[in-house]
Design a protein around this ligand. Structure first.
Ligand code: DAK
Length: 257
């Protein structure tokens, strides 16, 4: 498959998808999202891949949805087309996804980072949801995921004022997992992704599912889901192997079953 708006590569068991419209600061147009979804599906299906990194370039992870593409759309059009519905596709991927963010992660770019399972930010990263200044509100999960990540006070501040926060504030607020020097961001993301990819695949997927379910469920239901998930782990070869390896002081050889 050849791509025009993204660059796809693999490093060991890690699949890497890089947004690639540098002249438009990786503004996310329809063609790019179609390619992104194709690449995500390919990595989801590829047995050798255990984790995925989504990244941009030094200047921008992505500066949002492509404003040129949506500025003239009418209400009837966006309803009929279910405009940008395919932005949800990333939520169907069960393998862990890491966002490696340098530079601008704005609007839909910030929302894509939020849709990933964890964010590793360069010290140059800047996050904002400036949609209200364009006459819309965040539409790819921003109003829901940001408040869950950073709480109402900061989410309201960011969404109603469009204020851009830097990597340090994003880390203090719980939006990003780690901040590293810009030159190290991919190296760090690959290290983390490689570590995740070395886990038993069903275990990594169950952990991702259970943690993400915390945002959807009341605590009692979430605890029940966690309980059934951990009980199911005892049916895995990899649970036997992981515990045996620990007791025998050796590295586990997981078989993803
Ligand atoms: N769309 C289109 N083009 C963009 C763009 C964007 N979001 N961001 C940047 N560009 C283009 C600029 O137009 C410019 O193109 P030329 O004029 O050179 O042709 C080029 O990238 C370089 O940008 P600048 O000249 O502006 O560069 P600066 O360094 O001066 O400024 C900046 C960088 C990031 C501060 C600035 O470009 C900026 O403010 N960009 C716009 C940020 C923004 O407002 N983003 C939010 C877009 S709205 C939905 C799902 C999602 C969404 C909506 C619905 N549904 C599921 C229904 C999402 C909406 C959004 O993201």
């Amino acid at each position: 498959m050849t791509y025009e708006n993204i660059i796809v590569s693999e490093q060991g068991a890690v699949g890497i998808i890089q947004f690639n419209r540098p002249k438009a600061l990786n503004a996310l147009n329809a063609a790019m999202i179609t390619e992104l979804n194709t690449a995500l599906d390919a990595f989801q299906m590829e047995v050798a891949i255990g984790a995925i990194i989504l990244t941009g370039n030094e200047k921008a992870f992505a500066a949002g949805a492509d404003v040129r593409e949506m500025k003239d759309k009418t209400f009837a059009q966006v309803k009929d087309e279910n405009f940008l519905h395919d932005w949800d596709h990333i939520n169907t991927i069960t393998k862990p996804i890491i966002a490696a963010v340098s530079g601008f992660a704005l609007g839909g770019g910030c929302e894509y980072a939020l849709a990933c399972d964890l964010i590793i930010a360069a010290d140059t990263a800047k996050f904002s949801l400036p949609e209200t200044s364009l006459g819309i509100i965040p539409g790819a999960g921003g109003t829901q995921r940001l408040v869950r990540a950073v709480g109402k006070a900061k989410a309201m501040d960011m969404i109603l004022t469009g204020r851009m926060i830097d990597a340090g504030e994003a880390e203090r607020s719980g939006l990003v997992s780690r901040v590293v020097a810009a030159a190290q961001v991919m190296e760090e993301a690959i290290l983390v992704a490689t570590k995740i990819a070395a886990l038993s695949r069903p275990v990594a997927k169950a952990a991702k599912y259970a943690v993400n379910s915390a945002a959807e469920l009341p605590l009692s239901e979430g605890l029940k889901l966690e309980r059934s998930a951990i009980h199911a782990m005892f049916d895995l070869y990899d649970q036997k192997e992981g515990m045996a390896a620990f007791l025998e002081k050796r590295t586990a050889k997981f078989e993803n079953r």
